[in-house]
Write a protein that binds this ligand. Sequence first.
Ligand SMILES: C[S@@+](CC[C@H](N)C(=O)[O-])C[C@H]1O[C@@H](n2cnc3c(N)ncnc32)[C@H](O)[C@@H]1O
Length: 425
Amino acid sequence: MSLQDSEGIGEQTPAPLTDEPGGWVAGTPAAGAAGDGPADGADEAEAARLREQMVARLKASGALSDAAVERALLAVPRHRFLPGHSLVEAYDNVAITTSWERGAAVSSVSQPEIIAVMLQQLRVQPGMRVLEVGAGSGYNAALLAELVGPAGSVISLEIDATLAAEAMARLSAVGYPPERAQVIAGDGWRGWPDGAPFDRIELTVGAMDLSPAWFAQLAEDGLLVAPLWLGATDVSVALRKRAGALVSESWTLCGFVRLRGEGAEQATVARLSDELTLTGPHAAALAEPISALLGTRARRLWWGQHSPSFIQYLALASGRVLSLWQANGRRGRRMRGRFLLYLEGEDGPSMVIFPHRAPALLAFGGMAAERFTREQSEAYRQRGAPPVERWGLIARPHAAPLAPPAPGAARMTTPHWVYDISLGE
Ligand SMILES: C[S@@+](CC[C@H](N)C(=O)[O-])C[C@H]1O[C@@H](n2cnc3c(N)ncnc32)[C@H](O)[C@@H]1O
């Protein structure tokens, strides 16, 4: 799902928290841009004012309530991690892409709101040892360094060696010595065994699965916070390690750039045309039948507004929810996403698309997808339509003895884990 952006997902998830910029437009260097070096006194005073404003907005929106995270956000000069961007951009509540590969964002400095939410999920205490996967600019590592204080330590792994070196230089330039915050170039999928056990592990990159190394390197009772793919989009989930399993404590919907390297998902992006891109499980294999269905006449079905939690529910129930992205706007880079369900029934391939805003569904081909959507919608309604924030997840490694899932729980199997997801009823 590297094509996810806040505009596309925003149509279908309330208050989306994202580490990707709205509309896929790369930040352009602005006049008076904040540089790598310290700004002059006037700039620093202006930066401090904008930082206070950013924090005040996060508090007013309800996203920020923890005093330690608030102090960290006020202490770390975000603009120093965003060279080439104006102070106003640096302190706006948006994600800023800093690195692209073949048209997809591969590194960004996340939106302050999702940063604050995830740090609160992580519950860092002074003196803790923290591992971050996805150092990017080094900004979140600096916030973690503030939270662990002088008695704690942060190791941050970054797969891109250039980004890692730049992040390390910035951390040191703003005053965090390597004993407090260290960036190491390498594939974070393997974690950092030399520093284990860690009290906390935070992924700031979206993962399809959880690495067994993170589990092994997390202390018993420790917390792992990760944007984890759950069928339709990422969910930032806080998981506590307990008795050989990971048990969720809190969830929030979000969208992140994708993990690269050994743990990267395979074949989840397929180009259907110059304008249309398909992302999600089995996207490459489903590109042909979905393209063929798109060339047929659609049936319009009255539906009403669909909730993002229902789409996630449908994704778990079917394993066949994907996203269709349409490029428009400036330089074709503004992407608009819609979720779709693809199923093969007795009467052939079938698909339902959940369009933007319009309170209708578009059905193509056979009846299976339409029928399944109606059945699942009724089942979800009968279960009280709980939002994802109320759902619960237990992840067990494949090797663990497995009882059947609790009644009503959905079971999802990934290469390394079995997830049992309950709706929190
Ligand atoms: C959203 S950015 C992280 C933002 C960062 N925490 C910050 O404060 O700027 C995700 C980062 O994860 C990195 N990444 C992707 N796959 C990785 C992997 N397997 N190991 C380590 N880093 C990875 C990307 O290169 C990118 O810099």
